[in-house]
Design a protein around this ligand. Structure first.
Ligand code: HEM
Length: 197
């Protein structure tokens, strides 16, 4: 479970409170660094997706409860060979791939991330949990990049996750407000929220 980021840096940048909700700005140099490093990461996305989620469940067991299929799994090592977790990890990593591809068109990434936040409202995934994912992603990709990993690259990926999760939180909030308004209106009956996995 050890990873250089899991110390203070992880807490201040990805914790529940603090600067993580401030709007994130990606510089051109950071965008280039992310795109270059992604070329090295993308061959291993299935592996990274699994490592990232097993780590997430180890460091934040409360996240496991959101997943119907995983909430009762006690032995996290078993999840490393789970087809469902592999598929879920791949969905998340494909989203990261799409995000990297849209870094030159941030308005398109913005729309995508807001929509994703809205769907997470229906998955019952609380926004405060979004903050944890970037740190686990970083821990999972560091060993792939080996000595190509630098503090500047780490900062670039942290900023990208802050950017994306900030928009996801906005989408979640918009969906939550929309549902509340619909529930208040006598015409519209609220639909049941579900856990998809
Ligand atoms: C950076 C943060 C995250 C990203 C980028 C992300 C991305 C995704 C993506 C791409 C999907 C596929 C379905 C869709 O497109 O709507 C998904 C589904 C889901 N996510 Fe997330 N997610 C994040 C954080 C979380 C967290 C922290 C939780 C819970 C602790 C969570 C719970 C779920 C659930 C329950 C599903 C539905 C099952 C599935 O499709 O596999 N997500 N997420």
């Amino acid at each position: 479970m050890g990873c250089a980021i899991s110390g203070l840096a992880a807490k201040s940048d990805f914790g529940e409170r603090g600067t993580d909700d401030a709007p994130a700005h990606l510089s051109d140099a950071q965008i280039q660094m992310i795109k270059d490093s992604w070329k090295l990461i993308r061959d291993d996305i299935a592996k990274v997706g699994i490592i990232m989620f097993v780590r997430l469940f180890e460091t934040h067991p409360e996240c496991k409860d959101v997943f119907f299929l995983f909430r009762d799994v006690e032995d996290l090592e078993r999840l490393r060979t789970s087809r469902e977790l592999r598929a879920h990890g791949l969905r998340v990593m494909s989203f990261i791939e799409k995000s990297v591809a849209r870094l030159d068109h941030l308005e398109r990434l913005e729309a995508l991330a807001i929509e994703l936040g809205k769907s997470h409202y229906h998955y019952n995934a609380p926004p405060r949990y979004f903050n944890y994912v970037g740190a686990e992603f970083i821990c999972a990709v560091q060993p792939i990049l080996k000595d190509r990993w630098t503090s500047e690259l780490e900062e670039a990926w942290k900023t990208m996750f802050r950017y994306v999760t900030g928009l996801m939180k906005q989408g979640y909030q918009e969906e939550s407000d929309r549902r509340r308004q619909a529930a208040a209106s006598p015409k519209d009956r609220p639909e049941k929220r579900s856990t998809a996995l």
